[in-house]
Design a protein around this ligand. Structure first.
Ligand code: NAI
Length: 327
């Protein structure tokens, strides 16, 4: 369609929002197509959000076609072509995992229901707010009229981190690295897999030639990068998360380049032995707004163990939210 792309963003007054909105408004997702921003926040954060909107206005972005803000998801999601669900409830002091899952469950249940009612027929929904995979599962379960394939959770930040670490190790340019894969959950159990990746056309694991580095340095560095950033910055990764959120949405809508793929957490069809129905990260190609899991990759014993461990954690989270009646 030729009108503006309507992009809804939740948690718009938060840290990620402060970086994300300016990237979207300057064309990081839609290129030259105008965008309309529809920004959702909780009531107490709306004043701060008004300040962010003032700054967006002050950028005089040529392709920013309009901004709407509010705290009612049914109003803000109305007609949205793309919904980026960033806002979530962080784990507070003394909060148990069950408390965290129910607090977020309430948010993603309501937002799934609202999207189901009012989003555009072509809506795509990307979940960044943690626990992202399970939040996506909850939102999808509460939006029965939206195909489950329209929901995905963000593992693109992990994917980008893995590319960056591999480039630094090998001296390659990031653009020479293709076919990186993140498997499983966006959590410390995720499995960044370079056994199918390529560096300037050569197998990445062979170029590295150092299994100990892969197992003991690369994988933990990528999986624990979020904690390392909190440690250094005194705040969680926000600009890089925003950048990855844009990368993921842009590639989903516009397609992956020939000879490459990206990582997205999507509903499993049972591929690679991942329990059907879990929202798990896979290597995917995209085209015209649809994704397909890359098939036929050989999974060796080392990779099998890592994938299974992360998928087991996802199954566990699914059981927990099922018991809480959220899905
Ligand atoms: P933040 O705490 O700065 O901002 C979150 C915002 O969400 C707040 O402004 C809050 O008012 C808002 N919010 C809370 N409940 C809401 C609701 N029901 N509707 C609309 N807005 C609501 O957090 P930050 O740093 O922006 O991170 C957001 C989320 O992204 C967190 O869950 C974080 O863990 C996650 N994250 C995910 C990454 C990924 O790779 N998947 C990477 C980095 C962060």
């Amino acid at each position: 369609s030729s009108g503006p792309l309507k992009v809804a963003v939740t948690g718009a007054a938060g840290q990620i929002g402060y970086s994300l909105l300016f990237r979207i408004a300057s064309g990081a997702i839609a290129g030259d197509r105008p965008v309309e921003l529809r920004l959702l926040e909780i009531e107490p954060a709306l004043k701060a959000l008004e300040g962010v909107v003032m700054e967006l206005d002050d950028c005089a972005f040529p392709n920013l076609a309009g901004i709407e803000i509010g705290s009612d998801p049914e109003k803000i999601f109305d007609g949205a072509n793309l919904a980026l669900l960033v806002g979530a409830r962080p784990r507070g002091p003394g909060m148990e995992r069950g408390d965290l899952l129910s607090a977020n469950g309430a948010i993603f249940t309501a937002q799934g229901q609202a999207l189901n009612k009012v989003a555009a027929d072509d809506v795509r929904i990307g979940v960044t707010g943690n626990p992202a995979n399970t939040n996506a599962l909850i939102a999808a379960s509460n939006a029965p009229d939206i195909p489950k394939e329209r929901f995905s959770a963000l593992t693109r930040l992990d994917h980008n981190r893995a590319i960056s670490q591999l480039a630094a190790k090998t001296g390659a340019k990031v653009t020479d690295i293709k076919k990186m894969t993140i498997w499983g959950n966006h959590s410390a159990t995720q499995y960044p897999d370079i056994f199918h990746a390529e560096i300037a056309g050569r197998n990445a694991a062979e170029v590295v030639g150092d299994q100990a580095w892969i197992a003991d340095t690369f994988i933990p560095t990528v999986a624990k990068r979020g904690a390392a950033i909190i440690d250094a910055r005194g705040a969680s990764s926000a600009a890089s998360a925003a950048s990855a959120t844009c990368d993921a949405a842009r590639d989903w809508l516009n397609g992956t380049p020939e000879g490459d793929w990206v990582s997205m957490a999507v509903v499993s069809d049972g591929s690679y032995g991942v329990q059907e129905g879990l929202v798990s990260s896979f290597p995917v190609t995209t085209r015209d707004g649809n994704w397909e899991i890359v098939q036929g990759l050989e999974i060796d014993e080392f990779s099998r163990g890592k994938i299974d461990a992360s998928v087991a954690e996802l199954a566990d989270e699914k059981n927990a939210v099922t018991e809480l009646g959220l899905i």
